[in-house]
Ligand binder design. Structure first.
Ligand code: AHM
Ligand code: MG
Length: 335
């Protein structure tokens, strides 16, 4: 029975047997993420103190400026998952290709692959705004014991076994699902343990917050423009409140707790929006659905989209169910 003073470690052990394919492997995986997140958290917290912030000088494969902490977080998560020999493959938003683990060892039996956005929203670091790590776990589809293949990573979101995020905010939280609801754990930095602080989180069905980069309004599809006008209209519980941090994890987290909708639509500048299906949208969609919310590209359920490439982008609308339904109505009406 989950209780509020339970640590994440205790929670993982207690819930291991209720997981349908339980072999302890997934528990070890979540444990590794928990560990790497603590190390990254320590570094993120120091960002204002040491000369680690700023561009590392590299650009990632999307041509974006990479900041030092992105590189650090990427290395830490990959190292932790690799060294502990828990997964058979990793794909990261910061790496062009997926990483094969244990391909030399015929005996390795690892069956999980992880996709990770090691530090999302990293352009916010140097202004002290919350950033996050997003992860997504699948069971491989190719035979255990052989090197992983691209098809192991290009699975539909509905195949996810687990997903979650860490938000490095005013407090650091790890929020995750293994398909049985969403639970949130807050890190006590003095002790280094995460405690169950938000058991069984649910999106309110209706919300009053909309989160979108309105600076791009002119470039949005007509359906989104109309929906934004609807949000701003004086009627019933509207106009809604506009809140946009520009850090997906933080915007999602706030909306899940308070009720709201997050949108990153396509625009005349970027035909598929900005967010990546595999590293950002699918894990957030899994969490949203597990928390009674909804995630869509405007027309289709995010988790039903068949991925075609590792770094694929999709329009993303996610949040309280009734709000997402309404946004979809506007999208269909303007099609
Ligand atoms: P990133 O993966 O390069 O950090 O970009 C993802 C971030 C999201 O966290 C955020 O919601 C979005 O980009 C903000 O983009 P914009 O500045 O275009 O509104
Ligand atoms: Mg990202």
């Amino acid at each position: 029975m989950a209780s509020k003073n339970q640590t994440l470690g205790e929670f993982i052990i207690e819930n291991q047997s209720s997981f349908k394919y339980s072999s302890g492997e997934l528990s070890r995986l979540i444990n590794s993420i928990r560990l790497a997140a603590k190390v990254v958290n320590h570094e993120v917290n120091k960002a204002g103190l040491v000369d680690i912030i700023g561009a590392a000088g590299d650009t990632n494969i999307q041509g974006e400026n990479q900041q030092k902490l992105d590189v650090y977080a990427n290395e830490k998560f990959i190292q932790t998952l690799t060294n502990r020999n828990i997964v058979c493959g990793i794909a990261s938003e910061e790496e062009e290709n997926f990483i094969t683990i244990n391909s030399q060892d015929e005996n390795h039996q690892n069956k999980y692959i992880v996709l990770i956005d090691p530090l999302d929203g990293s352009s916010n670091i140097d202004v002290n705004v919350s950033v996050g790590t997003i992860f997504s776990v699948y069971r491989r589809v190719t035979p255990v014991g052989t090197p992983v293949q691209l098809e192991d990573f290009l699975q539909k979101g509905s195949q996810q076994v687990a997903a979650g995020y860490i938000v490095y905010g005013t407090s650091t939280m790890l929020v995750y699902t293994t398909g049985d609801g969403v639970n949130g754990f807050t890190l006590n930095p003095a002790i280094g343990s995460y405690y169950l602080s938000h058991p069984n989180i649910k999106f309110p069905e209706n919300g009053t917050i909309y989160s979108v980069n309105e600076g791009n309004y002119i470039h949005f599809p007509q359906g989104i423009k109309n929906y934004i006008k609807y949000c701003q209209k004086e009627e019933g519980n509207r106009p809604y409140t506009s809140r946009y941090i520009g850090s997906l994890v933080s915007d999602f987290h706030r909306n899940m707790i308070k009720g709201g909708i997050y949108m990153y639509p396509k625009s005349s500048k970027s035909s598929n929006g900005k967010l990546r299906l595999l590293y950002e949208c699918n894990p957030m969609a899994f969490l949203a659905e597990q928390a009674n919310g909804k995630a869509s590209d405007g027309f289709t359920r995010i988790m039903d989209i068949e991925p075609t490439e590792l770094h694929q982008r999709v329009p993303f609308i996610c949040g309280s169910k009734n709000m997402v339904n309404k946004a979809e109505e506007f999208m269909f009406a303007a099609k």
